[in-house]
Design a protein around this ligand. Structure first.
Ligand SMILES: [Ca+2]
Length: 248
């Protein structure tokens, strides 16, 4: 029994020592954890401080940018106002020029003295020129040469008003209303109708007779009695009477 008690005592002693070692270890661990916690708290505080400084810097930048934008906007608005002012001044100058030009053109028309034409000629009021009927019949080319040899040219009627006037002259004027075609100074070259010696083409709304222009080999221009003296394309080699126009 004494041996058993001794063994028990020994065991208890060992157990207490072990408990003491464990407690020491736990204390030491606790201390380590506390130290680490303090460090972590320090780091968190530090981070918070840095973050708040960064936010402050960003806010400062944003506010500075806002000011810059405001200044630029004000400059842009000033520039726009200036441009608008310049534009309206320019418009005013252009309108003044246009009005002045219109006045000049009107004065010019008012001052245009109707030329007086020799007896056998008729004055075209739309071109203020004199036209004369040649009663010989010739091909278009020969007619053109005939006029040019007289120092004139095969007559042109470059505006719609002018062509209406000529058609009406042929309908109503005693010397002009005979029943055959009359050459005018227009020819179709490279598929384009042009008044000879002029850069102007025939008006789109030229006073074509019904169903004219028709045949593809008719490249010269006449008035057509059987269709109300309106405009016709005719074969240039045909012989017709023709109209010469005096040079200014
Ligand atoms: Ca024809």
């Amino acid at each position: 029994m004494a041996e058993v008690e001794l063994a028990l005592n020994d065991l208890e002693t060992q157990q207490r020592r072990q408990e003491a070692r464990i407690m020491t270890s736990i204390d030491s661990l606790n201390n380590t954890v506390k130290a680490n916690m303090a460090e972590v708290e320090l780091m968190v505080t530090d981070l918070e401080t840095q973050q708040s400084q960064q936010v402050t810097r960003i806010m400062t930048s944003v506010s500075s940018l806002n000011n810059t934008v405001k200044v630029n906007m004000a400059e842009v608005e000033l520039a726009l106002t200036e441009l608008e002012t310049q534009q309206s001044r320019q418009e005013a100058r252009i309108m003044t020029s246009v009005n002045s030009l219109s006045n000049t053109v009107e004065q010019h028309h008012a001052q245009e003295v109707p030329i007086s034409c020799p007896n056998s000629y008729v004055r075209n009021p739309y071109s203020n020129t004199c036209i004369g009927l040649i009663s010989q019949s010739k091909s278009w080319e020969d007619a053109k040469n005939y006029c040019e040899n007289r120092g004139e040219y095969l007559a042109t009627f470059e505006t719609l008003e002018s062509i209406f006037w000529f058609v009406n002259l042929r309908k109503t004027h005693s010397g002009w209303s005979f029943d055959s075609e009359v050459w005018m100074g227009a020819q179709k070259i490279n598929d384009v109708w042009k008044w000879q010696g002029k850069s102007t083409g025939l008006a789109d709304t030229l006073y074509w007779a019904t169903e004219e222009p028709n045949d593809s080999d008719e490249y010269c221009l006449t008035t057509f009695p059987s269709r109300g003296y309106q405009i016709n394309n005719s074969k240039c080699t045909n012989d017709h009477r023709f109209v010469c126009e005096k040079l200014d």
